[in-house]
Design a binder for this molecule. Structure first.
Ligand code: NAD
Ligand code: AHE
Ligand code: ZN
Length: 376
């Protein structure tokens, strides 16, 4: 048993509480990881704020971390103590129907237990100092100095890579970039609209730029986001609030000589924007991707006429085959082929983790990195 610090989500809507917890040893097929750094994604806020129908409390949130293997459970063969790892909220067992399909990255092996906040054997590894059990989150719980993950939920990465940067490959960057590269597979010369310019949207722009899109329209209602979007490769910007009375799709049609874009990607999490994003694409051959996570019970309404002629898809973790491709992305970063440092706008110690959530709400933050230990 390890006693360490964690940011505990005690109740929905409440600030996280940094306190001592205990972390049990890894059981068969599990690995205990010392988390050195974690990012904060909007999905952590989605669950903290009570919008997630699967949200469980008290729990330890966080799914954008990086760390070092501290100990391994019985039967673990692919990792050893000292390996550098990125925890994965979408595992890759390499064995199930979905892992064996080139059409999806959504491994089905442990989804049922991950979704109810426990390890595959049905029990949690976290307790508070009074011995009360704490739920896991997304199979990762990176807001704890030590976490326990199934072996299939860890990507082994290059030890030379800085953990305070590559933690972001655990979600936001991989998601936006992958949605363009793996899910939409956009072609050179395409026109693209990216709606929402947080970490996910900027990564989608990075993917579109890498794919040599001819026009990349960056959309946000916060004009402070445009400068960085241009740095990432956006060719045009759009703030729909500046042109009242017109829907976003109408404005995007005006910006594309009345034909719409080849591809659009929603990176906000609002059903109305998902519809507008879809309707911004060419009625004859356009394709749209939903990345944003909408609140429980919200749905998107579309007529059959609107759907015909267009393609619609969703993307989780950028369609990334996690254990195979996250190490490749780390290597791409080390070679300078993808940006990571440019996403980081804030740094906080674990004790101030709530400030990372405040910064997200203030609209000035792309990604905040939380340092889990003071002395390392
Ligand atoms: P973020 O909060 O950093 O960025 C969201 C951006 O949307 C902000 O720049 C904000 O100004 C902008 N925005 C808000 N309302 C808008 C509007 N009406 N029109 C245009 N822009 C608007 O969030 P993030 O971390 O980049 O995540 C974005 C979304 O993606 C969230 O819903 C998150 O839960 C989801 N997400 C999904 C996956 C996945 O695998 N599908 C992975 C990561 C994040
Ligand atoms: N309850 C979900 C959280 C909401 C959700 O849909 N999460 C997306 C990824 S968002 C990452 O920032 C997801 O694909 N989750 C994996 C899954 O299997 O649902 C959750 O993940 O617990
Ligand atoms: Zn995320």
């Amino acid at each position: 048993m390890i006693t360490c610090k964690a940011a505990v989500a005690e109740e929905a809507k409440k600030e996280l509480v940094v306190k001592e917890v205990t972390v049990g040893p890894p059981q068969a097929g599990e690995v205990r990881v010392k988390i050195l750094y974690t990012g904060v994604c909007h999905t952590d806020e989605y669950t903290r704020s009570g919008l997630d129908p699967e949200g469980l409390f008290p729990s330890i949130l966080g799914h954008e971390g990086a760390g070092i293997v501290e100990s391994i459970g019985e039967g673990v063969t692919s990792l050893e103590v000292g390996d550098h790892v990125v925890p994965l909220y979408i595992p890759q067992c390499r064995d199930c129907e979905f892992c064996n399909s080139s059409k999806t990255n959504l491994c089905g092996k442990i989804r049922s237990t991950q979704g109810i906040g426990v390890m595959p054997d049905g029990t949690p590894r976290f307790k508070d100092k009074d011995g009360n059990e704490l739920y896991h989150f997304m199979g990762t719980s990176t807001f704890c100095q030590y976490t326990v993950c199934p072996e299939i939920s860890l990507a082994k990465v290059n030890k030379e890579a800085p953990l305070d940067k590559i933690c972001l490959l655990g979600c936001g960057i991989t998601t936006g970039y992958g949605a363009v590269i793996n899910t939409l597979k956009i072609e050179e010369g395409s026109t693209v609209a990216v709606i929402g310019l947080g970490g996910v949207g900027l990564a989608a722009i990075m993917g579109a730029h890498k794919s040599k899109a001819s026009k990349i329209i960056a959309v946000d209602i916060n004009p402070g986001k445009f400068e960085r979007a241009i740095l990432f490769g956006a060719t045009d910007t759009l703030n729909p609030l500046e042109q009242k009375g017109k829907e976003m799709s109408e404005l995007i049609f005006e910006m594309t000589d009345g034909v719409g874009v080849d591809y659009s990607i929603e990176c906000v999490g609002t059903p109305h924007l998902m519809k507008q994003s879809f309707l911004s694409t060419k009625p004859n051959g356009g394709a749209s991707c939903v990345i944003g996570v909408a609140a429980a019970g919200q749905t998107i309404d579309l007529s059959s006429e609107e759907v015909m002629g267009r393609e619609w898809t969703g993307s989780a973790f950028g369609g990334t085959k996690s254990r195979d491709q996250v190490p490749e992305l780390v290597d791409d970063y080390m070679k300078g082929d993808i940006k990571v440092d440019e996403f980081i706008t804030h740094n906080f110690p674990l004790d101030d983790i709530n400030d990372a959530f405040h910064a997200m709400h203030e609209g000035k933050c792309i990604r905040a990195i939380v340092k889990m230990f003071d002395d390392e």
